[in-house]
Design a protein around this ligand. Structure first.
Ligand code: DLL
Length: 435
């Protein structure tokens, strides 16, 4: 039987969801127009007043916001309430440029934690569960979001934060953790570390994992499910829209339900900004319908995905987003060909390699170079140079079929690629410096 955290809204009819969205957007546009001069100016440039937005169908008239606006307005320029009414600040985990800082009132925190609670219940969580939160705590939203959600569901919460894998494993085993929350790359590392210590997947009490914050493939899901003996669920979100829980996977494990009572989603053509029809692949844009402190309208996420309204067996009616297939700003263009790191991961796992890899792009004689460092499987490793070359050539040819360009593969000894405890850094692009 399917359980829900907030059944009525999670399974509401399409008409009911639209009614709620229409009501909220009118209020929200008024709130932003009156309290966020930065956005009011953008509306005025387009000759818009709040009266022009009568419902969600009118959202397409509104101007977009992008990361560049957030940088311009840093830190307080998009604040929708007095600072004294805010109770929390969180920030992106980005390592370059100015970080995004997001503000929350108490109702904003409650709303966010409710979204995470929905995700935990959708993954099979209830008050009998022990939730090990191994996302980073601190400015990053992963730890705080799932922690708050776990409390709301009434689970026993283990606030581990990321890192210190030895201690993660000890607590997981001693305290019988049943749900693990962390990035998929860290989950893979924990699985690998358990095996190294002689644990079999059935030795732990975990039943589910809630993994997100970075792209991961279906193949990676299978590999984590096997190594930990669990069901692995995806969760999506970004600091700008509050954090994890904007969308989450249910038992169907086929895309993430967007919490449509709080976030209105659109798919646009990233080049023209045109709204695309349902089922098209494009850039995801969110309008927060009821956030008070950081009420972003039409925020361009840069994440590329597809939305679908196909009936879901779990009974939830909210629209589903596919796994992000990459970002419009981190899609690699190598020798003129579009390459997403996820395609490389798919090939590696299909060919029986581990998800430990690094992609290095450079430029030699005015031509792009693509080098992929892959850890050899310790059970298949050979000390004969010819064997290693055969394996490298085999992998390079599988990559060429998938990507349309041939990389140079470097098999490196097991355990030589740095493991990630948070978001994995997969790509090193030496051609240009990112901002
Ligand atoms: O990563 C929030 C989060 C924490 C989500 C924990 C899920 C779990 P930021 O650091 O602001 O926030 O990064 C947001 O991460 O625009 C996506 O590009 C990427 N991302 C987040 N979740 C997923 C996912 C958090 N499930 C950026 N699959 C987003 C792929 C994801 N990419």
């Amino acid at each position: 039987m399917t359980n829900y955290y907030q059944k009525e809204i999670e399974t509401a009819s399409r008409d009911e969801i639209l009614r709620i969205q229409n009501e909220k957007i009118r209020k929200q546009v008024k709130h932003v127009y009156e309290n966020v001069p930065y956005y009011r100016n953008l509306m005025e440039e387009k000759g818009l007043t709040p009266e022009d937005i009568q419902g969600v169908d009118d959202i397409k008239k509104l101007p977009f916001l992008s990361k560049a606006d957030l940088r311009d307005a840093y830190p307080y320029g998009l604040l929708g309430v007095d600072l004294k009414d805010c109770v929390r600040i969180q920030s992106t985990s980005g390592t370059t440029g100015k970080r995004v800082v997001a503000f929350y009132t108490q109702p904003d925190v409650d709303l966010w934690e409710e979204c995470c609670a929905r995700a935990i219940v959708a993954a099979g969580g209830n008050e009998d569960d022990v939730v090990q939160v191994a996302y980073g705590y601190g400015l990053f939203t992963g730890g705080a979001g799932l922690h708050g959600g776990s409390h709301k569901v009434g689970c026993l919460t283990l606030p581990m934060s990321s890192g210190n894998t030895e201690r993660q494993i000890q607590f997981m085993m001693d305290l019988d953790a049943t749900i693990l929350c962390c990035t998929p790359s860290y989950a893979a590392f924990i699985g690998e570390s358990l095996a190294e210590r002689g644990y079999k997947p059935e030795d732990n009490k975990l039943k589910a994992g809630i993994f997100g914050a970075e792209p991961w493939t279906e193949e990676m899901r299978q590999s984590i499910q096997k190594s930990l003996g669990i069901k692995a669920y995806d969760i999506y979100g970004l600091t700008e829209t509050s954090g994890p829980g904007v969308a989450f996977e249910c038992e169907a494990q086929s895309g993430m339900h967007i919490n449509e009572d709080h976030f209105y989603a659109e798919i646009i053509d990233p080049d023209t900004g045109e709204v695309l029809p349902e089922g098209s692949k494009g850039e995801l844009v969110f309008t927060a319908l009821d956030k008070e402190a950081f009420p972003l309208l039409r925020y361009r996420t840069r994440d590329i995905c597809v939305l679908t309204r196909e009936k879901c067996p779990c009974g939830r009616t909210h629209v589903k987003m596919s796994k992000p297939m990459g970002r419009s700003d981190d899609m690699l263009i190598i020798r003129g060909v579009n390459v997403f790191p996820s395609q490389i991961e798919t090939v590696l796992l299909n060919e029986g390699y581990t998800p430990n890899y690094q992609i290095e792009i450079g430029r030699k004689n005015n031509t792009d170079t693509l080098d992929i460092y892959v850890e050899a499987d310790p059970t298949k490793i050979s000390d004969k140079i010819a064997d290693i070359q055969d394996m490298e050539n085999g992998l390079a040819s599988a990559m060429r079929t998938m990507l349309g360009i041939g990389p140079k593969i470097h098999l490196v000894p097991p355990k030589t690629i740095t493991r990630s405890e948070g978001k994995a850094v997969r790509v090193i692009d030496n051609r240009k410096l990112h901002d």
